[in-house]
Design a protein around this ligand. Sequence first.
Ligand code: PEP
Ligand code: MG
Length: 838
Amino acid sequence: MAVIGIVIVSHSKQLALGVRELAAQMVQGQVAIAVAAGIEDPENPLGTDPIQVYEAIASVFSDNGVLVLMDLGSALLSAEMAIEFLPEAQQQKVYLCEAPLVEGAVAAVVAAAAGGDIHQVMAEARGALLAKATQLGVVSRPLSVVTPTTTNVESPTREIRLIVSNRLGLHARPAAQFVATAARFQSQILVRNLTRNTELVRGDSINQVTTLGVRQGHELAITATGSDADEALTALQALFANNFGEDNVALNSPPAFQHQVTPATHGELSGIAASPGIAIAPVIHYQRTHIVVTEYHVDNIEVEWQRLQVAIHTARQEIQAVFSQASLQIGDAEAAIFDAQLLFLEDPVLLEAAKERIFEHHINAEAAWQAVVDEVVNSYRILEDSYLQERVDDVVDVGQRVLRLLAGNALTNLYLEEPAILVATDLTPSDTARLDPTKVLGICTTSGSATSHSAIIARTLGIPAVLGVDAQVLHLADGTLMALDGESGRAWVEPESDILHLLAAKQEAWQTAQQEARATAHQPAITRDGRQISVFANIGSISDVQIAVANGAEGVGLLRTEFLYLDRISAPTEEEQLAVYQAIAQVLDNRPLIIRTLDVGGDKPLPYLRVGFPEANPFLGWRGIRFCLDHLDLFKTQLRAILRASVGHQIKIMLPMIATVTEVRAAKAILGEVQAELNQAGISFDAAIKVGIMVEVPSAVAIADQLAAEVDFFSIGTNDLSQYVMASDRTNPRVANLVDALHPAVLRMVQQTIKAAHTAGISVGLCGELAADTLATPILLGLGLDELSVNPQSIPGVKQAIARLSIVASEAIVASALQQDSAEHVRELISTSVTPPA
Ligand code: PEP
Ligand code: MG
């Protein structure tokens, strides 16, 4: 999301820079703040210059708008003139604000960082003195009750009365539409349920509108006060006339959000085979740990308020991300739950109440937030309305999401009393990473695909997973018995005994095969004709590296460092990263460690850095190296940490998402700068550290010869390469069949990359999920890869597969595979060419 730009105009450059410094540290550089201050006259530097103001506005201009804050006198004049220099279309989007410079700038950047629109940002700036005035007792803070605007000629009040005709009354979706419409107008909209004889409430507050308990047949009085009162009422009336877009005929369909306990089917569900293994256990719906809040005194209330705003903003982004997935998978009715949650987080009454608690009582953000959420929950509960009782869960859920973000990731482990199969709409990579495999025996979700990062982590943890199943599974009652087979991608609800027997036998065979493979996992992987292939691990944490070494990893071919950055509200510091890299290197005990620099974006959004969404195509967007080259501070911090960790260890650096030679050169130049800085500071590091790249973008394959001249090694990322070559989002189950790394189109790209690497005399590995598929092993050997890097659980099996093959036979299979016309035919070819072990 692009944010509002801020311009500070002052007579004094020092003053303006000081204000900018103060404001910028509130939002850690997330908001563009430009300064236009002082004049080019060494004798008399105090003054303002319209051209400077114009340039400052232009430098932060976006269609979202620019807010200009000025000190006094000629600053106003210069700002007004500067606007005249802008093209007419842009002039409309630049707002001069009378707010006090210091307080206004701080409040404005905080509101802008929280994603506020230009009007919200301006309102925050204007209200900035209120906190100070309240604290000094000059004014008392208004309570968050409805205070209707007095009627006058410029602000007429209009009223309409409407009968609600849609079957479920103002339940979540219509209430959400009502609030969103009311919030579009400048007029103040108030509403009262005449049938229930309620108080007047604010029309732009989802919580207040919901507590009206509006049912079919109820009469509402809606008033609008303000210059656009008539338009506002007309728009609201249209919603009622149109039945909020609902169809009253569908009397038998369940209302949105009603969690009906109706089993999906007693038969089979099919989905995507995402992580092998069998699980048989009762289902449990995924819910995050309930966070218990402790209240404490805070001195810096501004910072506290900002913490809360950032957490709320992040929560909104998370919900939006889930929502965009959910609406694809579970249809509008269920996805509407997310709409309601979003509106809850945008509710001005709720936000004002939370802010008031922080400012008046000097309490921490968690306690203030919990208190207002509790108030809403109680107000729903006392209404004795069955629909509202059900909504309580949603409110608690969204409230907990914000608390979880405020708490960082410390308190978020999923706690299960008994082993279970987890059922969910989706699991984020960080959700999945926290699962305990001794308690979570299986995962069944309605979204995701085999190369989504959640699936990759499930495999790392050895948790069987079936993804992309029918959304009906979400309605199963907790405790319903389920069986799933993560290899075939099938699940059974309340399976019959014959299915259970078959699965139990398969589970036993699977475990025996695993044990056999583990017995030889610590030996090198050598083909029958004597070629040794390095088998490395893909990891994301210290615990992963321990599993990897225990399973016979000869090194780490891919450390996905983004897992250090997820699920927190700020980036890890250099020291934090250093500690993790050193700990991993120590577990590896001189085995090589390839650390991939930050690869956020795609399905690993990072809300606090505004990466990953909302982008129309996040996988084609601001990802990996693209993002790092735009965030040099962040990138340099990581490189410093890697370099410092490299002393005495075999560490290599790998750059993700490389599409051009320019990117490699730019990244290497920055690495050079960091190395020079460390040298200057007398800090040691491995000066001969090797630098490689992921080859995962088609352009990189096309210019692999040029790229090979720049780096020390390649690692092919078939997860991304497949999705880009096949133009199919790797997280979308609808196109999952296309994202197939065994398609000859992808295999030809892999071949081209390996040839370029070997011609240039550099080594080439493959760290996509394809490397763990033992069916593909002959192809990978035949193509000539030097190293395979796989999830830790797959190491024994892959080593075993290598030992059963010869390079000569594998090359023959490859020659034919590259000529096939589909991935299916490649699979058939391999199955018929490789003799299964006796
Ligand atoms: C890949 O794209 O194949 C890869 C290994 O990287 P990631 O899955 O983390 O995008
Ligand atoms: Mg990748």
